[in-house]
Design a protein around this ligand. Structure first.
Ligand code: NAG
Ligand code: NAG
Ligand code: NAG
Length: 310
């Protein structure tokens, strides 16, 4: 029912910086749809978004509340998605819910994405789908797993912890608009990009810190699993952000040294993520896990962009 075959826009490869500037701020969303903060970009980073004033798009927070129950097909499948700017569509759980004809709810398709056009979750929900999928996409640009472990660029960013709490206090309770069951629901988590971009240049044992990050990640997964223990999980690993155009554009006298460090931190995180995902399904009866290896997929694209139409 779910296919994760979309080709990601290379423009969405997030950037990374050296330890001397302010690494968090260059990851920041700086302007555009749904963005009420400063529109001043850190030097070296262009706004990833068109300005809201030029697009005229409604921001997620101004979406009107539903006036009556929207049409929900009895054959719908449900997707609850958590992540960062690679996944965000600027969905607001308080606005119009996903429904037949608007499978991602608000804002109107494709929502507020980093690519400006449809992103992977848009494509997989509405184009590569083999069934009707209604997607609650809690992903939030700039998100880390938990702000106390890896601080986001600004305190208003909803971390994975915040996103899971939004789900638990809302759609988890199966409102009329979301009559999901353990069997027809998928939970996806694509997180770690911002955590590692903040983490790798810090002092201390970074590989040990990956365990700390993943402990927090999987504590949240445990909350999603309980109490029924019958859930489908899709995990997506961290792509090779040390190969992003932004990183490659930095001073080679630094990145020649730092790229392999970042790469080793990412690869360690991904290896541990895969082990934990596999452990989850082998130790908990009824839990199925899927892993989409974005690390390998992005490398294939970056190795031969022209084969992918670039
Ligand atoms: C895929 O999603 C679109 C948008 O919700 C829907 O119109 C279409 O019927 C779905 N495709 C299938 C095969 O169910
Ligand atoms: C960085 O690495 C590339 C490729 O190995 C090499 O051509 C270049 O001279 C190096 N630059 C610096 C400043 O070390
Ligand atoms: C495997 O999963 C079980 C049950 O969730 C947990 O207690 C254990 O610590 C996990 N082991 C590893 C290596 O992650």
């Amino acid at each position: 029912m779910f296919k994760a075959t979309s080709v990601f826009a290379l423009a969405s490869l997030a950037s990374i910086v050296n330890a001397q500037s302010s690494p968090i701020s260059v990851w920041a969303q700086c302007g555009g749809i749904g963005w009420a903060g400063s529109t001043t970009c850190v030097s070296g980073l262009q706004s990833m978004y068109p300005s809201a004033s030029t697009t005229g798009s409604a921001s997620a927070t101004s979406s009107p509340a539903p006036t009556s129950s929207p049409p929900v097909s009895s054959v719908a499948n449900f997707w609850f998605s958590f992540g960062d700017s690679y996944t965000q569509t600027a969905f607001s759980p308080a606005g119009n819910p996903p429904q037949v004809g608007q499978p991602l709810g608000n804002p109107p398709y494709p929502g507020g994405t980093t690519t400006v056009g449809p992103n992977w979750i848009d494509f997989d929900t509405a184009m590569f789908n083999n069934s009707l999928i209604l997607t609650w996409n809690y992903a939030y640009g700039g998100a880390t797993i938990d702000a106390s472990l890896a601080p986001p660029f600004t305190p208003t960013v909803l971390s994975l912890t915040d996103q899971v709490n939004e789900f638990l206090s809302g759609t988890a309770n199966k409102p009329v608009v979301a009559p999901w069951t353990s069997n027809n629901a998928l939970f996806s988590i694509w997180i770690g990009i911002n955590d590692l971009s903040w983490s790798w240049w810090q002092t201390g044992d970074r590989l040990a810190y990956n365990d700390v990050l993943l402990d927090a990640d999987f504590a949240l997964v445990d909350e999603l699993v309980s109490p029924c223990r019958r859930r489908n999980f899709l995990f997506i690993n961290v792509p090779p952000i040390q190969r992003s155009p932004y990183f490659l554009g930095l001073d080679p006298s630094e990145t020649n040294e730092t790229a392999p460090i970042l790469q080793s931190v990412i690869e360690d995180f991904n290896t541990k993520l895969a082990a934990r995902a596999s452990n989850l399904s082998s130790t908990l009866t009824g839990v199925k896990t899927f892993l989409w290896d974005s690390y390998t997929a992005f490398n294939q694209i970056l190795d031969d962009p022209s084969a992918f139409g670039s």
